[in-house]
Design a binder for this molecule. Structure first.
Ligand code: SF4
Ligand code: F3S
Ligand code: ZN
Length: 103
């Protein structure tokens, strides 16, 4: 499961589409965590898609990740600022790849 303390245990190493990327990153096999309020551990995501289907405000978008061992696309929290903290994505992800900091 994603480490809920990732902002303390990892370093912000990059930005992607306006959100943070938390390392380590060593492409294409190691991609880190994308987002902060809505955080997706790309190294755990298996592209199940439930988060994209269920999010009521369409926070997630697919990004291509060719060469990653778990899946070749990931759910990117492209619009994390729109999140309404319903926690549906956290509940439906089969590999617990998502953390939402509802405060
Ligand atoms: Fe979308 Fe709810 Fe997840 Fe926020 S907590 S990203 S609103 S499904
Ligand atoms: Fe990935 Fe979990 Fe969404 S596996 S596509 S983050 S439901
Ligand atoms: Zn991203």
């Amino acid at each position: 499961a994603i480490d809920p303390q990732f902002h303390e245990n990892r370093d912000k190493v990059d930005e992607h589409e306006g959100h943070a990327v938390w390392g380590p990153v060593d492409e294409p096999e190691e991609l880190g965590i994308h987002g902060t309020h809505v955080a997706v551990d790309f190294d755990l995501c298996i592209a199940d898609g439930a988060c994209l289907e269920d999010c009521p405000v369409d926070v997630f978008e697919w990004v291509e990740t060719p060469g990653h061992p778990e899946s070749e696309e990931k759910a990117d929290p492209a619009k994390e600022a729109q999140c309404i903290d319903c926690m549906l994505c956290v509940d439906v992800c089969p590999v617990d790849a998502i953390d939402v900091d509802a405060g």
